[in-house]
Ligand binder design. Sequence first.
Ligand SMILES: Nc1nc2c(ncn2[C@@H]2O[C@H](COP(=O)(O)OP(=O)(O)O)[C@@H](O)[C@H]2O)c(=O)[nH]1
Ligand SMILES: [Mg+2]
Length: 366
Amino acid sequence: MNNSSLSMIFLLLAIAGLVFGVGVVAISRRKARVVPQIQRAAPVEAVSQVATTDVVVEAAEVVAAAPLSVRDRLAKARSSLSGAVGSVLGRSDVNDETWLELEEALLRADVGVRVAQSLLGALQTRVNAKEITTPAQLIDALRSDMATQLVGTSRDLNFEANLGAPNIWLMVGVNGAGKTTSLGKIAAQQIALGRTVLMAAGDTFRAAAGEQLSTWAERSGAQIVRGAEGGDPSSVIFDGVQSAHSRNIDLVLADTAGRLQSNTNLMEELRKVRRVAEKGAGKVTEVLLVIDATTGQNGLQQARQFTEATQVTGVVLTKLDGSAKGGIVFAIETELGIPVKLVGLGETIDDLVVFNPTEFIDALFE
Ligand SMILES: Nc1nc2c(ncn2[C@@H]2O[C@H](COP(=O)(O)OP(=O)(O)O)[C@@H](O)[C@H]2O)c(=O)[nH]1
Ligand SMILES: [Mg+2]
C-alpha cells in the first residue's frame, strides 16, 4: 500500500470517527468520562489530528464542554459528610459537638453503627492521648482510617483464562437492584476487552426481563440464550453454558430473578441455579450481588442471605449517582468481607466503573 492510499484511509477513518463523535454528543449528550479498564473510542484525539476545519474544532469543544467526573456524579454521597467536615474544621478545638456531628454525618452516609463507632472510638483514644489535638488533624486521621479500611482489597473480576470452558458470572440480587442493567454494562466492557460473551436470561418470571436483556445483547454485541416465560431458570442458564461451550465463547453472564429476599424459595432457587450452572462444561468464577445504594442498611441484610445461598464473590453497588448513602460500602466490606468491585453511576452503558476507594473517599470529604 502506498503513502497516498494510507493517508486516504486515515482521513476516512478520522471523518468516520468525527461523525460518530458528533452524533453521540448531539443525540445522547453523553458526558466525556473515564472508564477504567476500557479503551474507548476517543473522538477528541481523532479530531485533533485533522483539526483544520471549523466543524472539527467545534466538535472538540462540545465534547470538552460537558465533562462529568466520577467525583461529580458522587455529589449526593459527598453531601452527607462534607458539610460536617466543614463545620468541624470551622471550630478552634475538638469538643463534644465535634463527635456528635461526625457520628451523625457518618450514620447519615450509612456507614452503619458499628463502623461509625469503631472509627470514632479509635480517634477518641488518640485525642485523649493528645496524639491528635486540632480539628484538621482529626479530619485527616478520619479520612486516612476510612481509606485504610478500603485499600488493599482486590477488586478484579475473576476470570480463568485457561479453563477450556466458559467462565460463568452469575448476577444475583433483589428486584430492581440493577442486575440486568449491570449485566448489560459488564457485557459491553468485557467485549471491549476482547472477550466473547453470551447472556443467559435466567429471569424467566417476567417476559419483559428477557426483552430487556435482548436489548442489552444487541447494544453490547453479545449472544443471548432465552427460555420460555415461566420456565426453569436453571435450565436456561445450563443451556446457555452448553451453547457457549460449543461455540467457544469465553464468558457466560447469567441473569437471575430477584423476588423479595424474605422469600426463601428464591434462595433455594439460586442455590440450584449455581449448582446446575456447573453441571456441564463451565465454572462459576464470579457471583456478583447487585445492591441498590439507595436502599441503605437493608442492602446489608439482603447481602447476608444471598451470600449464604450463593457464595457471593463481589458486590456491584448501583445508583451511587443518586444516593447520599455511599457509606454502605464500608458496611459491606467490613461486616461481610465482600469486596465492592463495581459501582453504577447512571443508566447508560458507560456508567459502570471499577470501584476506586481513593477517588471515592476524596469525593466524600471534599
Ligand atoms: N441512576 C441509576 N439507575 C440505575 C443504575 N443501575 C440500574 N439503574 C436503573 O434501575 C432500574 C432497575 O434496573 P434493572 O437492571 O432492571 O434491575 P433488576 O430488576 O435487578 O434487573 C432501571 O431503571 C435501571 O435503569 C445506576 O447505577 N444508576
Ligand atoms: Mg432484571
